[in-house]
Design a binder for this molecule. Structure first.
Ligand SMILES: C[S@@+](CC[C@H](N)C(=O)[O-])C[C@H]1O[C@@H](n2cnc3c(N)ncnc32)[C@H](O)[C@@H]1O
Length: 410
């Protein structure tokens, strides 16, 4: 089978699977058929194995069959490492641009609920594939896409032009939106957001939608939020549609300096308690599909979780974002109880345990039971309906403005 034949049959199979699973809305099928992801991928690319958690190098000039196999598969494909500083064929340290999984692209476009003629601003051009799908469906004159990395943006512009599509590609910080083209009917972000910019609310018309992967700094998990801009244009509110994991907006990446929490080594002056929570209870091995793992960033606020599995044991560390409190436990499969070490004014494992208890008593809700309201001053997470409070006070510090971002409950 030649590469183009293989391309066509594999693509048809993936599209059928996406349609059958409900990820791909029927009105998007013509665009997915007309605009192949392979037209937006570079010769050298790094498909990411969802099961292995690692990327491999694949070159079209060396092995075109394998290259097309991955181009058409439902996997994310990394196209840039380390903001472009990485050279060579092996994967780099941090993936910084990619073509997202086709199922995720399809789901987010379904959530966007657009009709031909709608004006859309995309944040995170990446390869340009999503902008191409939007342009095919809505007309390129209705699509603006913003990319922070000039090299990535130029490559996307060239690939879009090669398939005859010419949306406006803007090089800049998408967290500012693109006021020159406002108001938009929709904004879609294809990059993970920790502090949702109010500029986006201001640039979407009343009744319009913002679809974005949003999360707290508890973990790398994002939940896709679908916000409707209020009639007075002052706020936006809506529920989450599911858990995903995107690379984070450049200025909102977050890395804990673990050494700062343990200046005198482990366990320092930590106190010990016992937990009966297990790695399975917390979803530490399955962060996107486990409903507690997907929502725990909303419930256990103001801290970051780092978990590392070695054989039957998972080391779980919690670091406070409001002071230097920390907690740690080694959770071994099949073991009913584990020792917990906690240090500092906050008892972080206690907070996580109470969040888990609340979640169990609330009927183990998944992300679709929660939502977000964004105003000029606050981002507030809620449960079921915007009047319903969540169990714990939650605050984080961050944001590109350096301004404290309050995540309040209810
Ligand atoms: C997952 S990729 C986007 C995938 C893309 N939509 C596609 O179809 O291939 C995320 C992109 O967001 C870009 N990005 C990160 N921070 C950004 C920001 N503040 N503004 C605009 N783009 C940003 C990254 O450089 C990267 O190219």
């Amino acid at each position: 089978m030649t590469a183009p034949d293989r391309d066509r049959s594999a693509r048809r199979k993936v599209l059928r699977t996406l349609l059958d699973s409900g990820a791909l809305a029927p009105d998007w099928v013509p665009s997915f058929e007309a605009v192949p992801r392979s037209a937006f991928l570079p010769d050298l690319m790094w498909p990411f194995g969802m099961d292995t958690g690692t990327s491999i190098s694949v070159s079209r000039s060396d092995d075109s069959d394998t290259w097309y196999e991955y181009a058409d598969a439902d996997v994310p494909v990394v196209t840039q490492w380390d903001d472009g500083a990485h050279a060579g064929t092996e994967p780099g340290r941090l993936s910084t641009s990619s073509a997202s999984m086709p199922s995720v692209v399809a789901r987010m476009l379904r959530d966007l609920d657009v009709r031909p003629g709608a004006r859309v601003l995309e944040i995170g051009t990446g390869t340009g594939w999503n902008a191409a799908l939007l342009s095919h469906r809505l007309g390129a004159a209705n699509v603006v896409t913003v990319e922070v990395d000039a090299v990535v943006a130029e490559a996307a512009r060239a690939r879009l032009a090669a398939v005859g599509l010419h949306p406006e590609v803007v090089i800049g910080d998408g967290l500012l939106g693109h006021p020159d083209g406002a108001p938009y009917d929709r904004i879609i972000a294809t990059v993970g957001i920790r502090d949702l910019p109010y500029a986006w609310v201001q640039q979407v018309r009343p009744g319009g939608l913002i679809v974005a992967p949003w999360g707290t700094r508890y973990s790398n998990v994002d939940c896709v939020v679908r916000l409707v801009v209020a009639e007075d244009g002052q706020s936006a509110s809506g529920t989450f549609t599911g858990a995903v994991e995107f690379m984070k907006a450049r200025s909102q990446r977050y890395r804990v300096d673990q050494a700062a929490y343990l200046p005198h080594g482990f366990p320092g002056g930590a106190v010990t308690t016992v937990t009966n929570l297990t790695a399975a209870d917390l979803g530490l091995d399955d962060r996107l599909r486990h409903p507690f793992a997907a929502v725990s960033g909303l419930l256990a606020g103001g801290c970051t979780l780092l978990a590392d599995r070695r054989g039957p044991a998972v080391s779980a560390w919690l670091y406070s974002l409001t002071d230097l409190s920390w907690a740690a436990a080694v959770l071994t499969d099949g073991q009913a109880e584990s020792t917990v070490y906690e240090s500092g004014p906050r008892r972080l494992w206690g907070e996580l345990s109470r969040a888990h208890q609340w979640w169990v008593e609330a009927g183990r809700p998944d992300p679709t039971c929660f939502g977000l309201t964004v105003t000029a001053d606050t981002t507030a997470a809620w449960f079921h309906a915007s009047g319903n409070a969540l169990p714990l006070p939650l605050s984080e510090h961050g944001g590109s403005s350096g301004k404290p971002v309050r995540i309040s409950r209810g």
